[in-house]
Design a protein around this ligand. Sequence first.
Ligand code: ADP
Ligand code: MG
Ligand code: ZN
Length: 611
Amino acid sequence: MKKVNGNGRGLIIYGALLLLGVLIYFYVSSMYRNEDTSYTNDRLEDDLKENRVYAVNILQNQEIPTGTVEVLFKDGTRKVYYTPDVKVTEKLIQNGNDEVSFHMLDVKRPSVLEKFLPYLIMGILFAVLIGILLAQMSGGGGGGNSKILSFGKSRARKIEETNIKFDDVAGLVEEKEELVEIVDFLSDPAKYINLGARIPKGIILVGPPGTGKTLLAKAVAGEAGVPFFSISGSDFVEMFVGVGAARVRDLFQDAKKNSPCIVFIDEIDAVGRRRGSGLGGGHDEREQTLNQLLVEMDGFDENSGIIVLAATNRVDILDPAILRPGRFDRKISVNRPDVKGREDILKVHIKNKPIGDDVDLHKIARTTAGFSGADLENLVNEAAIAAAKDNRKFINSSDIEKSFVKVGIGTEKRSRVVPEKERKITAYHEAGHAILFHELSEVESVHSVSIIPNGVGAAGYTMPLPENDNIFNTKKKMLQHIMVDFGGRIAEELIFEDVTTGASQDIKQATATARDMVIKYGFSEKVGPINYETEDEEVFLGRDLGHARAFGENVATTIDEEVKSIIEYCYSEAKKVIEANMDVLHKCAELLLEKEKIDGEEFDALFSKND
Ligand code: ADP
Ligand code: MG
Ligand code: ZN
C-alpha cells in the first residue's frame, strides 16, 4: 500500500491535512474572539446620545461585574466589549434613550474546555501528523509497525499467541505425529540447523471442513510456544488489485522479524486455484496474490525458522506450483474421525460440562458416523443449551438425543401437525428401509428409526449403526446400499399401491451410487475398469472445456444401460426381501405410529418374536 501511494503523493496528502487543520483552528478560535477591546462604556454613552444604538444586551453570567456587553447599532453593525462594571452600563442605558431596547441575557460564558477547544484540536492534529511522519520515516521501504496508514495489512492478518496444545486436539494421532518434528524444530531451530537437517518450509493440511485443521495449526504454535500469524485466502477474494499481494508481503515481513513462528494460510484454495482457470481469464487479483505468495515462499531460507502451514478442503483444484518442492511439499490429510476419534473429541468437549450418568459417550460416538469434530462440538453445545432450557444442572442423554437430531439431520420439530395418512406412509417407508438394513449382510444394523419430521424436508429417518470405519467399499456392499435406498419406495408401493414423492432423495442417492459403480470403480463388465467421470467443478471453472465429456455416444449409452440394470436388479432384490418380511413391516410401522421413534433393540425384537 505504501509503495502504491509513494512518498510524493503522501506528502501532498499531509500538506492538505495540515492546511485543513490550520483553517479549522482559525475558524473555531474566531468564534471566541469577537469582542472589541477599544470599545468602552464612554463610547457607548456617546453612541446613545447620538441615537445610533438600536439595542443593548448585557450578556450575563455568574461573574456579573465583569460582564460582556453587546451593542447593536441601527446601521446593522454590532460591537461586543467587556466592561469591568456592568452597573455603569446599565445606568447609561436607563438614563439615556427609552427607544433603545435593553435585555439582560443569560448566557453561558465559554467554559474552560470551550476556550481551549481550538488549541486542543490543533494539538491533536499536530500529534497525529507528527506520528504519521515519524512512522513513515522509521518504516523505511515498507515494513514498519505503523498501524495508522497500514490499510494494506491490518484486516486479513492476525498475530496470536495460542495456548492450544496437542491435548486439545483429540484423535488425529497420525497427523499429530507428523507435526511433532515441526514443533521440535520451532522450539530449537539451532539443533536442526547445526546438523544440516532440512525441515519443510510449507505443509498443507487437507481435509473436510470442521475436522480440526485450524485447531491443529494453532496447536503446533502453542506446543512450540511461537507466534501464530494467520491469514485467510477468502479475505482476499473481494479486494482491490494489489492489496492481497501487499498483505502477503507484509505478512511474511512480519514473520521474518518474529521467527521462529508459524504462518497459517487458511482456505488457501481461495487464492491458490490453478492459474488461468477463470473464464474471464487473465491477471486478476487472486492471481497476483498467489504469485506473491509463491515469491515469498521461495524468498526465505529453509532454516529461517518460519514454517508455513496452509489448510484446504480441495487439494485437487490447487495450482500445482504451490505443491512444488521448496513450497508446500508436504501434505497431511486430516480426516473425519473414526469411532474412537469421535469418542475422544466428545471427551475434550465435555471436559467443562456437567454430564449425567446416563450419557454414554461410546454409544454417541457409534451413532455419529460422518460427524466432524466441529459437528461433535456443536452437538455437545446444543445439548448443554437444551439442559439449560430445562433448568437442569447437568446434561442427560435426552439432551444429547435432541441435539443429535438437530445437528445431524435438522431441527426436531414436533410442532407441525402431520396428517395421519402422511404419518402412516412415513412409518411404512422408514420400516422398509429398516428391514433391509437388518436383513442384508454387508450393511450396518439399525440404530434408530423415526417418523419425527426434522423440519428441513425429511419426514423421518432410519439411522444405521456403524460397526467399524471401512476404508474400502465393496461391490456387494454398494449394491446392498442401493437396495436399502429403495426400501422406502418399495414399502409404499406394496402397502398403498401408489407411491409418493417422498423417496426422491433415496432415488437420487441410489442413482449416484450406481453411476459411481459404473464410471468410477469399474464394477460394470460391459463398461470396463475405465474412469468416465466428468470433472463437474472444473467445467464451471472453465478449465479444459473440451474435456467435459471425453467419450462418445456409444459409451454414454452403455453407461446409462448399465446404471439402469444395476438399479433394476437392486429394486427387485430389495422387493423380495421386504415381501418375505411383511409381518415385520406392519409391526414396525404400527410401533412407529405409536412411539414415533424406536431404537435398534426395539426394532430387532420385532424379528425375534417372529421366529
Ligand atoms: P477446520 O479448520 O478443519 O475447518 P477447525 O479446526 O476450525 O476445523 O475446527 C472447528 C472446531 O471443531 C474446533 O474449534 C474444535 O472445537 C472442534 N474440533 C474439530 N476437530 C477437533 C478435534 N480433533 N479435537 C477437538 N476438537 C475439534
Ligand atoms: Mg478452519
Ligand atoms: Zn427414504
